[in-house]
Write a protein that binds this ligand. Sequence first.
Ligand SMILES: [Zn+2]
Length: 311
Amino acid sequence: MKLFDAHCHLQDPRILSKAPTLIKTAQDSGVVRFAVNGIHEQDWHLVKDMAQAYPSVIPSFGLHPWYVAERSPNWFKTLREYLDSTPSAAVGEIGLDKGSHGRNIDFSEQVDVLQQQLELAKGLHKPASIHCVRAFGDLLELMKSVGPFPAGVILHSFLGSAEMVPEFSKLGAYFSFSGFLMSLKANKAKKMLKMVPSDRILLETDAPDALPTSNLDSLFFVEGDTSLAQELHGQRTTSSSTSASSPSNSSRVVTGASKLSKETLNHPANIHSVLDYVASMLEITKEELAELSYQNAVHLFSYEGSKVHQQ
Ligand SMILES: [Zn+2]
């Protein structure tokens, strides 16, 4: 069984030193691709380095709505340069957020920044990975004015309503599911999943976030590295220096929910848990969903210059 993690953040400073072993463990479990999304100007070089070091890593560059206030005056020029010099890259993570974190960030700035990045993705014929929290109406409106998106957009960790699926779908959206789906009521999740066209379903981990909350006994957990987060701040790191971590503490299977702490982070191999959950909601086999979501991701990520080629 081959799986494609359509959205994750293996460059996150909390797990960067462990990335080599996380990738290895996930690959051994059947994950053959990782779409690794940058979130602000300071981590784009980490994503680029990681994509150079690992054929399985597909880079994406974008300015996430949580970081729009800290953007430099040159952010858009820098983003363009990253995309121009990295033909294998897609756009992301970008988006809108009116949730508990996002509502502190000026919304009209969020919209401006998203609009520029959506236009850029569309002009470059690349897919864009979109974060949307409590702002689906605004997102739809903006996507209608900029779209449609023949190269596709990924509504990542999608938790929108069943009713909105056809409208987004018409504009070129793919719907990507992570462990966050398990926070929705099962009947609501089921209703929404059944609206998603079978050629638009993707699976992701959003690791190190979105730790699944089902099948705890078979999950992989990662302990976050807070010292590294400080060390990396403002400092350029190459992927070769990330292999210094000890494999022994990089990932482990913990039995029982009692050992979960707040610092417990998600592992890209946990895409299997998302697969199991979504397959059970859709009442299809894991094998069918694995094949379907893999082919959808391959199709979406087969843009010009990509590492992925349609079979
Ligand atoms: Zn993300």
